[in-house]
Ligand binder design. Structure first.
Ligand code: HEM
Length: 263
């Protein structure tokens, strides 16, 4: 091999992984912020067999989780949450974003057939789609500026997922009436914008829901007050399903999940 080619291979070996990391990070940013991205919330419980596994075998099985996440990270973004102890009959939540729902399906199939997946019982799966804001463009300039406030959920935040279905009556109202009520909804939320980070998914037709709402905050008391405020606005009268289930957990990295579940 000529010296020049050897140098090129050496540089590629050094820089290649960094370049592909940078590309994966860029995709993650786009998938988490752009419209027309599918968001899936998959909730799992560990089966009875899990508790009977010896710790070494648990680590082997948990390592397969890292492998599957790594394998799919170019096409989907995967966020993980520990539900155990906080939500009913559930241990783990995966929030998956993808440009195509079939990419999410491929990840979930590989997860289920992995060593860990054999111990995962599916508790529920919900799908939604991100969209450009429907009502915000018609809001007052002041409200639009207020909505640009950066939300800081704080370190070690909780995540809350609330599915929502609205009534046929809501969908029958004209855009102007709905916009006025959504402006009232937004006004009630502004005091909480700083501590509660949010993301909205539209689910009509993809699930038995209209919306999946997702929040991160370190201040659960703020979140509690926020929901009480929203229950007082007129728009809330058109809600047919709120939660059921409400999913509550803590945001974790894959490594943290491996460590926690290995115990
Ligand atoms: C910091 C807190 C929150 C803020 C700033 C906020 C703000 C907004 C805004 C601006 C919209 C309109 C989006 C558009 O133009 O399409 C919206 C929609 C919505 N929000 Fe909130 N919200 C907050 C909390 C909540 C909470 C706690 C819930 C319920 C659990 C909720 C449920 C919804 C739903 C279901 C919609 C879609 C309504 C529809 O299109 O009919 N929001 N929110």
């Amino acid at each position: 091999m000529r010296f020049g080619s050897a140098v090129l291979i050496f540089v590629w070996l050094m820089v290649g992984p960094w370049l592909s990391d940078a590309r994966a990070a860029a995709d993650r940013e786009a998938l988490l912020t752009e419209p027309s991205v599918y968001g899936t919330f998959a909730v799992f419980a560990l089966d009875e067999g899990w508790a009977k596994q010896d710790p070494a075998m648990r680590i082997v099985r948990l390592t397969s989780l890292k492998g599957v996440v790594e394998q799919h990270r170019e096409h989907v973004t995967i966020d993980l949450y520990l539900l155990r102890g906080l939500s009913d009959h559930a241990d783990l939540l995966f929030r998956i974003h993808a440009a195509e729902l079939r990419q999410t399906q491929e990840f979930l199939l590989d997860l289920k057939s992995s060593q860990l997946g054999k111990h995962l019982k599916t508790v529920g799966i919900m799908h939604g789609l991100t969209k450009k804001p429907n009502y915000v463009p018609g809001f007052s300039d002041q409200m639009k500026t207020d909505l640009k406030t950066l939300s800081e959920p704080g370190q070690n935040p909780y995540a809350i997922v609330i599915p929502i279905k609205k009534s046929a009556e809501w969908w029958g109202l004209d855009q102007e009436k709905r916009a006025a009520m959504m402006q009232e909804h937004t006004a009630a939320t502004l005091p909480y914008l700083k501590t509660v980070k949010r993301k909205l998914y539209h689910a009509s037709g993809l699930d038995d829901l209209d919306f999946i709402t997702y929040f991160e905050t370190s201040k659960l008391e703020d979140f509690h007050r926020l929901v009480l405020s929203l229950e007082q606005v007129q728009e809330f009268q058109y809600t047919r399903r709120f939660g059921n289930p409400t999913i509550l957990g803590t945001v974790k990295s894959v490594d943290e999940i491996v460590e926690l579940l290995a115990q």
